[in-house]
Design a protein around this ligand. Structure first.
Ligand SMILES: [Zn+2]
Length: 383
């Protein structure tokens, strides 16, 4: 296996505290040796070992590839008109999902595959090297299973979200829909999914339904995560903590007991500030969560309704400017935090033995990602 020595790294974010005693694990004038698909050595340039090949990155900053732990990339059509209406003063309602469900059901496999590939490439260009992709716009046995097969073309982190919204044909029989999700739909989805997720929110699925769906998924080997407390206070965050789920996502409307539950559990609070930005809504209290000792992840929630951005750099900039995270906290949450939210220890960190997923910035420091919002600063992705 050929080894490559990378130098010319003005600042390296490792997320390995061994280097400087901080969570970000910064090394200045750093070097990294990559062997095959793994990192073999990390440290100051002067101490770097020899390697077969060498590359000088020209004084740029390097960080772990972004780990985007929450996206909905399998869909057809777009909702630009709905966005324009919302920006004209209408409010976001969960039912808008049904527009995309109709378009997704009508799409061919080829159309869905092309859209996933396009969005996956778009993420990669912006520094994302690991992405979680959910189903949830099919909502039939056939369409959920094919959505997961298609998601699996670009990632191992696939999530069954049959419980996204009750589809129109079950509007008068939500209990019947839960039976479908926990029965034949789960049977068809489980071989193609790693995770199971529920939109636990008023207008979607309540606590009892969420418990039943997560339990059924667990019985088939799927690990749980939740969409919760996005549109208002609710039981979802406390349920996720009680069940010890890897992550609970949105966390926009939290009560004190929710914050306590998160701080005392291992459940990651995944914040999705692109949603609040795109729906002109109040942001979650990231500062309060971090100060309370909660592990916070940042993710895009890329989807055609509430947040059609694939940009983790935008999420970092919003987290700093609008949610009062420091640039270092935001970078950690968009990399190591996302890895925690997916139960992964091989990504989100640059350390010996971990996957060689590196994002190279056209900038000398990670701070520029928040300092220069909207600028395409990702020079290169090594993965
Ligand atoms: Zn989502």
């Amino acid at each position: 296996m050929t080894s490559v020595l990378l130098t010319g790294i003005a600042e390296l974010v490792t997320n390995d505290p061994v280097h400087d005693g901080t969570p970000l694990g910064l090394v200045h004038d750093a070097a990294v040796v990559i062997q095959g698909h793994r990192v073999a050595w990390v440290g100051p340039r002067q101490q770097a070992p020899d390697a077969d090949d060498a590359r000088d990155l020209g004084g740029r900053a390097v960080l772990p590839g972004f780990v985007d732990s929450h996206s909905h990339l399998v869909f057809a059509g777009d909702r630009a008109a709905e966005f324009a209406a919302r920006m004209s003063g209408e409010s976001y309602a969960a039912g808008g999902i049904r527009t995309t469900v109709a378009a997704t059901r009508a799409a061919t496999d080829e159309q869905l595959i092309a859209n996933v590939a396009r969005l996956g490439a778009e993420m990669r260009r912006q520094g994302t090297t690991t992405v979680e992709v959910k189903s949830g716009y099919g909502l039939t046995v056939r369409d959920e299973a094919r959505s997961l097969v298609i998601a699996g073309l670009i990632t191992e982190e696939t999530t069954f979200l049959g419980a996204h919204v009750v589809p129109p044909e079950y509007a008068d029989d939500p209990a019947g829909y839960v039976e479908l999700v926990t029965g034949p739909m789960l049977d068809a989805a489980a071989p193609h999914a790693r995770w199971i997720d529920v939109f636990c929110e008023r207008g979607a699925f309540d606590e009892d339904q969420a418990r039943a769906i997560l339990a059924a998924g667990g019985a088939q080997g799927l690990k749980g995560r939740l969409h919760a407390n996005q549109l208002g206070p609710g039981p979802g965050v406390r349920l996720a903590c009680e069940l010890g789920l890897a992550a609970v996502d949105h966390c926009t409307f939290l009560e004190a007991a929710d914050v306590t539950a998160l701080a005392e559990s291992g459940t990651v609070a995944t914040l999705l500030p692109g949603v609040e930005f795109s729906t002109r809504s109040p942001y979650p209290d990231a500062r309060g969560l971090v100060d309370a000792g909660v592990t916070v992840a940042l993710a895009s929630d890329c989807n055609p309704g509430s947040c059609y951005t694939s940009s983790m750099p935008l999420c970092v900039a919003l987290a700093v400017r609008e949610m009062r995270m420091t640039p270092g906290e935001a970078i950690w949450s968009a990399t190591a935090g996302g890895a925690r939210a997916l139960g992964r220890d091989d990504v989100g960190v640059i350390a010996p033995g971990k996957r060689a997923h590196l994002t190279v910035l056209e900038a000398p420091s990670h701070v520029h990602l928040a300092y220069r919002p909207g600028v395409p600063l990702v020079a290169e992705v090594i993965a």
